[in-house]
Ligand binder design. Sequence first.
Ligand code: NAP
Length: 482
Amino acid sequence: MQNYKMWINGKFVESESGKTYPVYNPATGEEIAQIPVAGNSDIEKAVAAARKAFPVWSQKSQAERSQMALKISKILREHAKELGEVDTLEHGTPAKLAGFLAADIPEWFDWAAYNSRSLMGHTIPVSPDALVYLQREPVGVVALITPWNLPLLMIYQKLAPALTLGNTCIIKPASINSLSCMKLAEILDTVGLPPGTINIITGPGTSVGASLVANRGVDMVAFTGSTETGKDIMARGGQTVKRLQLELGGKNPVIVLDDADINMAVGGMVRQQCFNTGQICGSTGRFYVHEKVYDEFLEKFIAGMKKMVVGDPNDDKTEMGPLVSATHRNKVEGYIKSAIDEGAHVVLGGKRPGPPLDKGYYVMPTVITGITQKMKVAREEIFGPVACFMEKFHSDEQALERANDNTYGLTSWVWTRDAARGMRFANNIQAGTVVINQGHGGGPEFPWGGYKESGIGKEGSLYGLYEYTNLKSIQVDLQAQK
Ligand code: NAP
């Protein structure tokens, strides 16, 4: 077992207190690493380093910063195998998927590198005697606070645009699986960034994360995590009027209409439900199925869930690994119990597997039916392989009303053979994304971000790049030049 260090001002350092916390392998429960707990003085050093680096980094040409982003992408791909192995070890991501992800997601740096070079300003035609033009500038020091559910992707999505556009960064990864981020520091240390351009500090969100958010030297907080924490960050960050980008939770509706291609819908939604063991903000949260096709859809869906291969993440045949931690498994099991207590029916799973998987934090693919709008499992995010089948609906209006009856608004699906009907739903669903007749697309081209309590701002696309810039208006009186 190795002890890891934080990366501050281009140097690997212990925390001043010397305190550490453990990271566990979720497939076996074994401790695999000790990670430093940052104290206030460590946080201040990271902020000072990022502030000092800002004029150096932000004043480089865009071409030079984009070249650096491409260099980072290349080196991350060279280390994809090692990064994938860490993901499997500390998160339980099935090895095949982890290897694919680690090789694929550096594309966020490529995309930021190319598109940052194409961000153009505008002029505003106010009068022939004045020139009014707009330019985009980096925001400053950005704190990147990320969740555990896809540890590296969550960092790359923020780091790539923030860094490439000239901001300096302080990353605070999730505690549960911070090992991926420590490996990332070792790789980034070799690329030749000015010291302090990226800093990585570790420790509990409630102390380290909260202090970063409150720190006057931090100009922006880019956060992905739960809505509860997002609200705390809004309140704390509001004290210094920080720029906030918040990617929060979801309880995403799936609407299956009576004219849907049921086999296609089942295939897509089983994969979506079990991807990353259901630990994904864009997971299928509530199934609304038309009464005419409900029985057929449910029967085929259960058959699909039964086929899901649950197992050791190191086994190439495994499609679904464990949940991330014992605490999280308790939470998921608590939701299953609450559904039963409130009168819903567990028709598949709801249990832990037996040996040899009993030491890990597994919950078998689960299907619950008979859920009403007011039940806890209808309103809250479970973040596990638990499909929630809501009461059957009989009209499009009823499906839409129920789908929108939730505080979240992240993503959604509609399955129908009638394109116009699907698009009428798309126009009226209160969510940042609506997907018609397919699983979820993802990648740096897509603007991703929620409505309602699912967040503020976008990640990905040009809108995602703009989040990391300030827009300046410059007004020149041309008459004075005469
Ligand atoms: P979380 O508990 O909110 O934690 C996220 C990050 O915030 C972690 O690094 C955490 O540190 C830190 N943190 C906790 N309390 C904080 C505070 N008061 N101030 C500042 N930072 C704080 O979320 P999670 O359980 O890791 O992740 C699951 C959630 O993320 C789900 O709700 C999921 O939907 C959401 N998510 C959303 C998206 C999206 O794109 N919308 C994507 C992925 C995940 P510790 O780890 O030390 O607690």
